[in-house]
Write a protein that binds this ligand. Sequence first.
Ligand code: PHE
Length: 347
Amino acid sequence: MSLDQFLSRLDQLQSDAESAFTSASDAAALEEARVTFLGAKKGQLKDIQKMLGGIEKADKPAAGAKLNAVKSAINSAFEGAQQNLAGGDDSGADPTFDPTLPGTRPSLGHIHPITQTNSHLTEIMGRMGFEVAEGPEVEDPWHNFVALNIPEDHPARDPLDNFYLATAKDPSGKSSVSAGDEGSQLLRSQTSTVQIRVMKEGQPPIRIISLGRVYRPDAPDATHFPMFHQMEGLLVDTNVTMANLKTVLRVFANNYLGEDVEIRFRPSFFPFTEPSVEVDFLWNGTWIEFGGAGMIDPNVFAAVGYDPEKVSGFAFGLGVERLCMRRHGITDIRDLYSGDLRFLKQF
Ligand code: PHE
């Protein structure tokens, strides 16, 4: 056989094998084609290899080189076909995957508007030197009422106005909570409890805020919710006056709501402050009540062991939801707690 004939037989074999491998539609068909072309005994490649013996000695190197090239081309055609049947590539990845398509963005959570508001309030008050203090949401009546000068028969202690916790009752009748407790624990109805905790633990001068949840059994409507947040402020030092209180609240309101916001005090009553006021801010032409405030009542100082003749101070409690809602134009408090992402994503 001449060299030319040998080479063209090889070319023919390669193209036959390639088309047989690519057209094999399943593993069995591919195996059949493999035996036909690459079979160790009767494979067509083997047959041609045997013909190498009949080639002129001078042509043998060229014939051998071509044989090797065709052999490896057929082998890799076989492997390619095998991979295609197995699903595209070695990794077993989805053959329909298109890396050039834009990806799907993972949906990242974000910070709830009330938490954002708390951070903002903390930042503003921090610039006026107020540090953050915390207290528990499950409180005993001593911190929630007694130390705050709210006597036993005061309507604020009515079970209908508070979430008393039946499970926290001490079966022996003696309270296990802490000295001075009586009755069952409750979900705190105001953050003023934290005033007591801070004053019990430290000495004046004190300048703290406390932001957190409070609970009252109110039926939910556009402006009420059984759980809401307050920002309590407490400043205790010597010679503290109501002018200091008003200035702190005005500076706060100007920072949070706007430079043009005005502040107004209306006489009020809280057992733990004397005198007591309601705090209104004039915002967009309307006076809106944001909370209560006043000078610390001497009975409260006495309850925490301070000398009312030596120290004076003020406290205030503002509604966080109210502040947040006014600033962002939210008209229904329930939207904040419905968990509706279409609403929450706007903040
Ligand atoms: N604790 C009062 C309330 O919840 C607000 C307040 C705080 C009033 C501090 C005076 C001083 O209504």
